[in-house]
Design a protein around this ligand. Structure first.
Ligand code: ZN
Length: 109
């Protein structure tokens, strides 16, 4: 139930944003130099070069906000390379149609 609430809130917030259809491309990421190597999408934030390395194409996929579909350019059959973005988050074409255009609740199954 809480999850559905969360998704409905996310849908409402997303309808306030401008989404433009784009082909997905890799973006820079900050990759931790430790053994975990955690990556964070780089948006111009300050970082400690002792701890992080800026990798030009380091962010190699995104997920649809609503259905977690992989959005990337790997060409895999479970991935899609076209989606809608607000410049930060990504949503897939079918969720954009359903949630943003038709203003329906996101699928939660
Ligand atoms: Zn989706």
């Amino acid at each position: 139930m809480e999850y559905e609430e969360h998704m409905r809130t996310l849908a409402r917030d997303s309808r306030q944003k401008e989404w433009s259809k784009r082909k997905w491309t890799p973006s820079p990421a900050l990759v931790g130099k430790g053994p975990q190597g955690m990556a964070t999408k780089y948006k111009g934030q300050q970082y400690d070069p002792e701890q992080y390395e800026l990798v030009h194409d380091g962010w190699d996929h995104d997920h649809c906000l609503f259905c977690w579909q992989s959005i990337c350019d790997c060409g895999g059959e479970n991935c899609t390379s076209i989606g809608f973005t607000d410049g930060d988050d990504w949503i897939c074409e079918s969720c954009h149609q359903r949630v943003i255009v038709e203003k329906k609740d996101p699928k939660t199954n």
